[in-house]
Every structure is written in structure tokens, then in C-alpha cells.
Design a protein around this ligand. Sequence first.
Ligand code: HPA
Length: 245
Amino acid sequence: MSVYAIIGGTGLTQLEGLNIRQALPMNTPYGAPSADILVGDYAGREVLFLARHGHPHRLAPHKVNYRANLWALKQAGAQSILAVNAVGGIHTDMGTGHFCVPHQLIDYTSGREHTFFADDLEHVTHIDFSFPYSEPLREKLIGALAAEGCAYSSYGVYGATQGPRLETAAEIVRLERDGCDIVGMTGMPEAALARELELEYACLALVVNPAAGKTTAVITMAEIEQAIVDGMDKVKATLARVLTS
Ligand code: HPA
């Protein structure tokens, strides 16, 4: 059976219900991960958990050491990664509270350490990234969302932006023209680094606000935080179902 790891995003810096047996303070050739890797039982199954932004939340999306996080998870034995991400909704289907299990992504980030193949130029490896997410893992997430009665889309294109500011309305128009359905700041380089390490990886995205220009109202942190609180029980139930499926 595959060893699962959950990477918790904003609003999921700890996994309530995780019966923690060990907290591993890891170090890697790339530095320290965002937090200790927690090893424990969740829904009766052993799982690893890492808070992407640290616990408590302290790292902005562009400050996360994605390489250390993925490396440490692999070292700790992870084989399949369930990444939880809060996102803005671009497509009309992607209203606040909606879930999306993206099948594609477009990377608009810049200046992030985005590869393990940077230093040893004799062995540069060009990974196939045509399909950035693991299809079997996506199917498990989709099955779990359906079983939980959540509103979800089983396809979507994730636009990964640099942040930490939200986008301009014109940037969202451009992303939409490019084919993006949702927008977030942490989807990359995480997904590519997982592929470089040959880890199965899929994303459970929760829409927490309409993307810039998709609402006439100002997008507030209070609104985003409330949507995260409202959606978290479903996120946890979905993850539990995947682990036990
Ligand atoms: N844009 C980018 N990242 C996000 C958003 C958004 O609107 N909402 C949550 N994360």
C-alpha cells in the first residue's frame, strides 16, 4: 500500500483528528522544510502531514522552501502526495466553496527554486510533465468528493501565480484566455518537484474567493478565511475517504 502524505495549505496547518505518533524535525540538502513532518494515524491509516506554510502559518507562498518540503517527505517515506490548496475561482462553475481536482496547470511563478536538477549539469533531467497530476490519485480524490456529496469539478486548469498579492483583473482576464479555471500561489513548483522525485501527486483545490474582476466587491482576507473555515470539514472528510479507499 502506498504511503500517503498530505501537504496542508492555508487553513490546514494542522490536521485535526491526526493521532500524532512522531514529529520529525528534518533537514535536507536544500534546507529545512516548512515544519516538522508529522507521522500519525488519520482515519485509521498511517499518514505523513506537512504544513506548507509552517505551523503556525508564517511563510508566504514565494517563501516556501518547496524543494526542502518535497525532499523531506520523500526521505520520510512518502510515495503519494495529496496537496490541499486554497484558490480563487475564474471559471463560472468555480464559485466559493466549490472543489476542483485540476488535471492541468500553467506556471506563472518566477524566481522560485523550482528544480532538483540545477547543480549537476552533466545529469540534467528533463522530466515528462505533459500531465502534471497523477491520474489514479485524481480519481481517488474525485471519488471521495462525490461520496461526500461535495460540489466539485473533476477537471480544471490551475494557474499558479507568484503572489503574495492577489492578481489584477487584467491578469485574470489573461489567465482565463490562457484556459485557467482556478488561480493559486502554491501549486508550483510543488507539482513539478514531486514529479522530479517520482512521487505521485494530486491537488485538492478549494475555491475561497472569486478571482480578481469576477466580483465587483473588494476581495478581503476575512472572506477568504471564512470560506476556508467553511470548507475545511469537507476537505478533512475527503482526505479521510481517500486514505481509506
Ligand atoms: N489568487 C491567487 N491565489 C489565491 C486566490 C486568488 O484569488 N485565492 C486564494 N489563493
